[in-house]
Ligand binder design. Structure first.
Ligand SMILES: Cc1ncc(COP(=O)(O)O)c(C=O)c1O
Length: 485
């Protein structure tokens, strides 16, 4: 009795100590989160996942579609066609079908036509967390963004930082104009570099064969009074050589470097012309970078850097303020600036690329590895052929990788060597490969372009078909040889 009477006050004391310690801890934790809320623009959400509320449903939806495997031959997208189960279904890669894309389409025609940069999809799947963008329904509803302009100041900064870090362009002393894909900038720059409509002069828009066809098709489509498509540079390069200055002020020369379709680095050839140098592919996954580009007017697109062609985002770097203002006026008149949603996504994407440069997860290292492997495999097969040939690209020193790098072009520029194969894309089509005829590039139909930018599935099937084609050639040659004996 006595003993228990003595222990009761001791027990009470312990309990009081325990409860006051718990209370103190609770107060400290509460203070911690209150301080976080006060100090961070993200509020409690930055320190406490339980505080997430309206993002959860969207996050679950995004994760659910991303988790769908589609047998590794397709994808589910948030905006895919909704099936009977109320959910979007798999969208299969070419030559795969079935609800889970698990069935190979028999005797299928492979599509190596478009420059769709899906080869970078696996990179972004690896970086799903760091590249996801979440925002509310009321986020940036205005036409204008920070400081009342149409272009995100932070995005401009990030792009300039990317050029600096990669060393592919001198951007800091240039004006930057955003657009809905660099394709929108083609006509914007033609407008900006053409004489005033009341000057009565007409600029000639030209390019060297084989060139990216949109320079021609857009110029013809928009059919402006101040400019016209004037074809191949060959005549202009001759006309402006020597001392002749005729027409010099009124030529706008489009140059793609590295070139689409043949991947060669190019320079303007018409002396005195206003050159627009399209550097869509001047990034280390496609080419060596000998030095930062520093032309007066340069074009870039996110489509071929990060692979986000769907975002429709491109930019021009322009030295002259007046030219930049005119290009900007064009963009404002046609679209009131590029999509602010897109600019937000681009900011996230570019920041992640920047954070990973030169590391294990460098996008250029990843992209170069993928594209180099494709080129090597295709080359190995085509080099057995006497019927087909590819452009020659030597290994070259790259300032970004700080070493000599193996070639990794975006496109193979195929030549059909046999006289009777004058329509090379047709030869390919008969072998069940869709390519893009050189005629599009104002080149001979003996040439055709094979895109290497598409998915790994597309490439694997392409390689199968090209191998069949070359094997058939070898077998026929062997048969002909044995017949002649
Ligand atoms: C040389 C070149 N310039 C511009 C573009 C257009 O790119 P965007 O997707 O930004 O419109 C392409 C697309 O294939 C291209 O090859």
């Amino acid at each position: 009795m006595m003993e228990s009477a003595n222990r009761t006050p001791a027990k009470l004391g312990l309990l009081v100590l325990l409860y006051s310690s718990l209370l103190l801890n609770a107060l400290l934790v509460a203070r911690h989160f209150l301080l976080l809320e006060g100090s961070s623009p993200l509020g409690a959400a930055s320190g406490n996942d339980d505080a997430l509320s309206w993002t959860l449903q969207a996050a679950r939806e995004a994760e659910a579609v991303a988790a769908a495997g589609c047998s590794g031959h397709g994808r589910v997208f948030l905006d895919g066609i909704v099936g009977e189960d109320g959910r979007p279904g798999c969208e299969c890669n070419t030559c795969f079908e079935g609800p889970e894309c698990s069935v190979r389409t028999p005797d299928c025609t492979v599509d190596a036509d478009s420059g769709d940069p899906v080869f970078l999809e696996p990179y972004w799947m690896r970086h799903a967390a760091a590249s996801a963008v979440v925002y509310s329904g009321w986020h940036r509803m205005s036409y204008r963004t920070t400081n009342g302009v149409f272009q995100s100041v932070e995005l401009e900064r990030a792009i300039k930082q990317l050029h600096r870090a990669v060393g592919n362009a001198v951007a800091d002393d240039k004006h930057m104009v955003f657009a809905t894909g660099s394709v929108q900038l083609i006509n914007a720059l033609i407008y900006a570099l053409s004489p005033d409509s009341n000057a009565g002069a007409t600029a000639s828009v030209v390019a060297t064969t084989p060139y990216y066809p949109s320079y021609r098709t857009q110029t013809v489509l928009f059919d402006g009074r101040e400019y016209r498509w004037d074809g191949n540079t060959a005549i202009w390069a001759n006309a402006t050589s020597g001392n002749s200055s005729a027409g010099k002020d009124n030529i706008i020369e489009f140059v793609t470097s590295p070139n689409n379709p043949d991947a060669l680095l190019r320079k303007p050839v018409v002396r005195g012309a206003s050159a627009v140098v399209d550097h869509a592919y001047y990034w280390p996954h496609f080419t060596h970078i000998p030095a930062p580009a520093d032309e007066d007017v340069m074009l870039f697109t996110i489509s071929k850097v990060s692979g986000h062609a769907s975002s429709r985002f491109g930019w021009a770097l322009i030295r002259d303020e007046k030219v930049a203002k005119r290009a900007d006026t064009y963009i404002q008149q046609s679209t009131l600036g590029g999509s602010r949603d897109t600019q937000l996504r681009m900011l996230k994407i570019i920041k992640l690329m920047l954070a990973n440069l030169h590391g294990e997860e460098d996008i250029f290292r990843f992209g170069h590895d993928v594209m180099r492997a494709k080129w090597q495999k295709l080359n190995a097969v085509v080099s057995r052929s006497r019927r087909f040939s590819l452009q020659t690209i030597p290994p070259q020193y790259c300032t970004y990788f700080n070493k000599t790098r193996e070639p990794s072009p975006a496109y193979a520029w195929v030549k059909c060597e046999r006289e009777e194969d004058y329509d090379c894309s047709d030869v390919m089509l008969k072998a069940k490969i869709i390519t893009r005829s050189g005629v599009w590039n104002d080149a001979s139909s003996r040439y055709t372009r094979i895109s290497l930018l598409k998915s790994q599935d597309d490439f694997d099937l392409l390689l199968e078909r090209v191998t069949e084609l070359v094997d058939a050639e070898k077998n026929n040659a062997a048969a002909a040889g044995s017949n002649s004996m």
